[in-house]
Ligand binder design. Structure first.
Ligand SMILES: Cc1ncc(COP(=O)(O)O)c(C=O)c1O
Length: 408
């Protein structure tokens, strides 16, 4: 823990520990304010934020355009429910549909809700359009997936921490190894309504599938009349150097599932985007959310889409991503075993003989960089896309110093 004698951090940590369920194991840092790529803790220490809210802060903390859109909306109208239409709704949905190249959008709040929405839509599409017998629909998913925390979604998780003790589980999912096209093809039958995949598996350690995998998945899905649903909640909206990570393979899915950065790091905003024959299957009363598509969410979300429509953030991520990956790759053999990822997104495997991922993140924090470990010895780096070259170099330097200190 990074404390001084009159530090406010220990008490703040203890209070948080005392009053909450222990469903997270946060780093011992208590953040009080933030701007751009930087956060400041309650003791005034500054850190580079290289997690960026698991990519919910792609545009940085308190991006001025997003903050002013939120302020303007807060002063006019915040919530109507979908029982009425409000004046921000159509613009957000239109602009997001256009960004996705799809006919329709269905806004929700969290990522898990958007995934649930996609699952329901795929099932209904299967029964009403594809002609699958009632109750027989199946969806093919990948091992080591991460799509959220609802009971249905954890039913097809392969991570014991996410799944164990939360049954009984929702049936109707088939799990195949990620990146294995033959296994995926073999799992599809006449009752398969969808294939649900992350274009890059984030929580699994930023695993990038081999070139050609998604093109193959696209072909199989088209041939077998199965919806390809891309969970771009973490990989999308500029993170990998393109608007969508699946674009790297020149593949267009039938369904985009979006979240995180769509809310500009201000409000939870998620959405499903698809063409009319798919998303149009829903009728009034069949699905919804009190807060989904609320005026504040739409005002912020529309501004997010405006930022992405310029292509500037995607370009930044691509160019700076090369610098990030070059810097990290240079650490291979000096305590780093492997580096994966695209754009400003990297999974870095640390030599387990040196330290755990958690220890590496604690030591990085001591050197002023916040990141998060996953699966033992992997560290995920995902700085806000507003990060500068100098800030990238500073973080890579801190990483190198942590490794050098451990190697002695
Ligand atoms: C790929 C992916 N899908 C879904 C989710 C769930 O999103 P949320 O935590 O907003 O429910 C996440 C969150 O990390 C994710 O990375």
């Amino acid at each position: 823990m990074m404390t001084t004698v009159d530090s406010r951090t220990p008490e703040a940590l203890a209070d948080a520990e005392r009053w909450t369920a222990h469903n997270y194991h946060p780093l011992p840092v208590v953040i009080a304010d933030a701007e751009g790529a930087w956060v400041t803790d309650v003791d005034g220490r500054r850190y580079l934020d290289f997690l960026a809210g698991y990519s919910a802060l792609n545009f940085g903390h308190r991006h001025p355009g997003l903050i002013s859109a939120a302020h303007a909306q807060l002063d006019r109208l915040t919530l109507t429910s979908r029982a009425f239409v409000h004046d921000q709704f159509a613009e957000f949905c239109r602009s997001l549909a256009e960004l996705c190249g799809k006919d329709l959008v269905l806004p929700m709040n969290t990522g898990a809700e958007a995934v649930e929405t996609a699952i329901k839509v795929a099932r209904k599409w299967g029964y009403r359009v594809k002609g699958v017998p009632d109750g027989q629909a199946n969806i093919v998913v990948a091992e080591n997936n991460f799509h959220g925390r609802t009971t249905t979604i954890v039913s097809f998780s392969t991570d014991p921490d996410a799944r164990d003790d939360f049954g009984p589980y929702t049936p109707g999912f088939r799990i195949v190894p990620y990146s294995d096209l033959a296994a995926l093809t073999g799992a599809i039958d006449e009752n398969t309504v969808a294939v649900l995949l992350e274009p890059i598996q984030g929580e699994a350690g930023v695993l990038v599938p081999p070139t050609g995998y998604f093109a193959g998945v696209r072909t199989v899905c088209t041939e077998r009349n199965v919806l390809l649903m891309a969970d771009e909640i973490q990989s999308g909206l500029g993170r990998t150097g393109r608007t969508f990570a699946i674009e790297h393979e020149a593949v267009v899915p039938d369904v985009y599932i979006l979240g995180k950065a769509l809310g500009g790091g201000i409000v939870p905003v998620s959405a499903v985007a698809a063409d009319r024959p798919v998303l149009g299957v829903l009728r009034p009363g069949e699905h919804g959310s009190t807060f989904g598509g609320n005026p504040l969410a739409c005002a912020v979300g529309a501004e997010v889409v405006r930022l992405l429509a310029t292509g500037d953030f995607q370009k930044r991520s691509a160019v700076l991503g090369e610098r990030l990956h070059a810097g990290l790759t240079a650490l291979i053999g000096r305590g780093v075993v492997a580096v994966r990822g695209r754009g400003l997104w990297a999974g870095v495997d640390i030599d387990p003989a040196l330290m755990t991922g958690r220890q590496a993140c604690e030591r990085l924090a001591e050197r002023g960089v916040l990141a998060k470990d996953t699966h033992g010895s992997t560290i995920r780096l995902a700085p806000p896309l507003v990060v500068t070259e100098a800030e990238l170099d500073q973080a890579i330097g801190a990483f190198a110093a942590v490794l050098a200190a451990a190697r002695g």
